[in-house]
Ligand binder design. Structure first.
Ligand SMILES: O=c1ccn([C@H]2C[C@H](O)[C@@H](COP(=O)(O)OP(=O)(O)OP(=O)(O)O)O2)c(=O)[nH]1
Ligand SMILES: [Mg+2]
Length: 149
């Protein structure tokens, strides 16, 4: 397994660093590093600190913040930016844009597992301007062009 540099910005995190829940888990749960319960009203978005900073360093990787399915499906707690992209050169605190898309208020408790962090390979590309593409079978067809969408 590869290692990832992490800085503890809030001492409460030292004893509860994110960990994979099962051997096959893809995500590390991020906690709400807050001092008191926060009431998130329906439709409200709040920026929640995690108490952690990571430094991916290698530009061939990035980290992504994704919602937890239980919170998202049952309580409407998802991400204000839908997906959080953590650049390999970012060294600041991991922040979770927390959006209550539901219709009831949500009480976010201190240190509650709020979202998850997934590290994935990414490819930086050099843009090469062309006048024509080599023809593909799809061409420019999209948005349901192959049938009902
Ligand atoms: O959910 C998120 C999304 C981003 N970030 C941090 C890490 C990321 O590397 C940085 C910038 O994110 P992004 O590029 O998505 O935001 P931007 O609005 O384009 O800001 P910038 O101008 O700083 O790139 O903010 C978070 O902590 N949480
Ligand atoms: Mg950016």
């Amino acid at each position: 397994m590869q290692s990832l540099q992490v800085k503890i910005l809030d001492e409460r995190m030292r004893s509860q660093l994110p960990a994979y829940g099962t051997p096959g888990s893809a995500g590390l749960d991020l906690r709400a590093c807050i001092d008191q319960t926060i009431d998130i009203a329906p439709g409200q978005t709040v920026l929640i600190p995690t108490g952690l900073a990571i430094y991916v360093e290698d530009p061939r990787y990035a980290a992504f913040i994704l919602p937890r399915s239980g919170l998202g499906h049952k309580h409407g707690i998802v991400l204000g930016n839908l997906v959080g992209l953590i650049d390999s050169d970012y060294q600041g605190q991991l922040m979770v844009s927390t959006w209550n898309r539901g219709d009831t208020a949500f009480k976010l408790e201190p240190m509650e597992r709020l979202a998850q962090l997934v590290v994935m390979p990414v490819q930086q590309v050099e843009l090469k301007v062309v006048e024509k593409f080599t023809e593909s079978s799809r061409g420019a067809g999209g948005f349901g062009s192959t049938g009902r969408s």
